[in-house]
Write a protein of this length. Structure first.
Length: 218
């Protein structure tokens, strides 16, 4: 799967040659994890409380028509989850407020189709959807629940799925200013394995709110 991700990266210079618009978007991400275990009693930590991170993406728009265009984005995406714990154990080094937290850092790549609904050429509401790949670069944790990232080759470092959402752009001469809502739906899980006869699954949900600035190139 790493080769697939690299193949997509090689397409970006080709897309840049035909791009009609360049944009950058940045904003907060809101994500949570869900840890499931087949061990008796399951797992007391779910990490299903929302963590706020951020995302930064550079995008290229092409095949730009009045009601439709394609867009490819490449950037950084932060995900994670947190949970409250009552007692500390030798396996945990907790924050002073008793919160266990996991943060996952990804490189993300997507290509989406945008369906636009222009209003007098100035305001452009739109909806979008398309395939997405996220590659895990780094993670940080204050528990050892995710220790198998170091101890086992059981983690899916490449997450594939769909990014979908909607937004609105305002066109001013060659510049575009906008706001978008992005939802990240995954087809696979960060972890889906068996350790010592115990099935372990970790799923995640993420959405983001982005401010966007664009420049028309052609």
């Amino acid at each position: 799967m790493r080769k697939t991700f690299l193949s997509f990266l090689l397409l970006i210079p080709c897309l840049a040659l035909t791009a009609q618009n360049l944009h950058i978007q940045v904003g907060p991400t809101f994500s949570k994890l869900n840890l499931e275990s087949s061990a008796p009693g399951g797992n007391s930590l779910k990490f299903d409380k929302t963590v706020t991170g951020y995302t930064v993406q550079l995008g290229l728009d092409y095949l730009d028509l009045n009601y439709f265009n394609l867009s490819t984005g490449f950037g950084y995406l932060q995900k994670g989850g947190k949970d409250s714990v009552n007692t500390a154990s030798p396996e945990m080094t907790l924050n002073p407020n008793g919160i266990a937290k996991i943060r996952l850092d990804y490189i993300t790549l997507n290509t989406v189709a945008n369906l636009k609904f222009p209003i007098k050429g100035l305001l452009v509401p739109y909806v979008f959807a398309g395939p997405r790949l996220d590659y895990l670069m780094n993670y940080e944790e204050d528990t050892r629940v995710f220790g198998f990232y170091d101890d086992y080759a059981k983690v899916n470092r490449l997450i594939y799925g769909v990014i979908a959402g909607g937004g609105i752009n305002v066109k001013l001469m060659r510049l575009t200013f906008g706001l978008s809502f992005d939802y990240y739906f995954n087809f696979n899980k960060p972890v889906d394995c068996t350790l010592g006869g115990t099935a372990v699954k970790i799923s995640e949900r993420t959405f983001a709110v982005n401010a966007k600035v664009g420049l028309r190139l052609k």
